[in-house]
Write a protein that binds this ligand. Structure first.
Ligand code: HEC
Length: 143
């Protein structure tokens, strides 16, 4: 059983980013991790913070939705993974000098946890969002 699970995991990694919205167990675990680590800012229902397009008094941006109404689905898998793991690193995932309230989760969540959370988020996108994402990203989409 363990060997089988491992083989499947390796196969999944070889083929894609390991982010898989069709893997029900992974999506369920990701949902729990999302509720514990992301929902406080991004919303229990992925709706984001109120008025999320308007800059806060601090000059920083509020947390955007992770559902169709946001722009999470515009980004390729490897960028979503990187932002979650490292935060919005200036010069890499954001313009140089950019300041953000998005925490880095690399010390809190394992890489596999991060893939599970992203599997959960992606499981909530509509077919329309997926179609638009595919058009936008083509083969860079990954999972
Ligand atoms: C303390 C609040 C907070 C928590 C907790 C949080 N985020 Fe964020 N997140 C933000 C903010 C604020 C932004 C927007 C940052 C900006 O534009 O400067 C953001 C942006 C993002 C983005 C980029 C979205 C885009 O379209 O550009 C991703 C991906 C993301 N968060 C994933 C997560 C995940 C996954 C979790 C849970 C593991 C999480 N965040 C937890 C505050 C938070």
């Amino acid at each position: 059983m363990v060997a089988l699970a491992l083989a499947v995991t390796i196969a999944a990694c070889g083929r894609s980013s390991g982010i898989d919205r069709r893997d029900a167990a992974r999506v369920a675990r990701g949902g729990q991790l999302y509720a514990a680590h992301c929902a406080a800012c991004h919303g229990a229902n992925l709706e984001g913070q109120p008025d999320w397009r308007r800059r806060l008094p601090s000059g920083r941006m509020p947390a955007p939705p992770h559902d169709d109404s946001g722009h999470t689905w515009h980004h390729p898998d490897e960028v979503l993974f990187g932002i979650t793991r490292e935060g919005l690193v200036p010069g890499r995932y954001a313009p140089p000098g950019y300041q953000s309230d998005m925490p880095a989760f690399g010390a809190v969540l394992s890489d596999d946890d991060i893939r599970a959370v992203l599997s959960f988020i992606q499981s909530r996108w509509s077919q329309e969002a997926w179609r638009a994402r595919e058009e936008m990203l083509g083969n860079r989409r990954g999972g």
